[in-house]
Ligand binder design. Structure first.
Ligand code: AMP
Length: 120
């Protein structure tokens, strides 16, 4: 899938729409999810134009990968979920129900999160 430069997270990165920012570095931005699914629900996105982890893992340069992965850990510690635990999740494509086509890692925490996937 080609990257859509008008997706909502690209617009947040350009400052065209606001976010509740919790962290920013050279390679990453983190902000609160607008529709939280847990007491703590923060999204971490790379600043580069990557649709998903599929795209990022294939094309990002090493500095972007290191910067982004470090940011995920830094954000988890910053928001205080490292001690009790947290879950990270990144959706890719339609089977995973990816809604926003810019790579984002969800960080969930603040309560016991139960089993990994909901039963069907
Ligand atoms: P996904 O299904 O993995 O693509 O998740 C997209 C996430 O982005 C959802 O959890 C949404 O609630 C969240 N989201 C959508 N628009 C915004 C926004 N403007 N600011 C913060 N989070 C958003």
């Amino acid at each position: 899938m080609a990257y859509d430069p008008n997706n909502i997270f690209a617009r947040i990165l350009r400052g065209e729409i606001p976010c509740k920012k919790v962290f920013e570095s050279e390679h990453a931005l983190a902000f609160h999810d607008i529709n939280p699914q847990a007491p703590v629900h923060v999204l971490v996105i790379p600043k580069g134009a990557y649709v998903s982890m599929d795209d990022f893992s294939a094309k990002a340069d090493p500095a972007e990968i290191v910067g982004f992965v470090r940011a995920v850990g830094d954000v988890a510690r910053l928001i205080g979920v490292d001690a009790n635990g947290y879950r990270i999740l990144a959706n890719h494509g339609s089977d995973a129900h990816q809604e926003v086509p810019h790579l984002h890692i969800h960080i969930f925490g603040g309560r016991h999160l139960g089993p990994m996937l909901a039963a069907h």
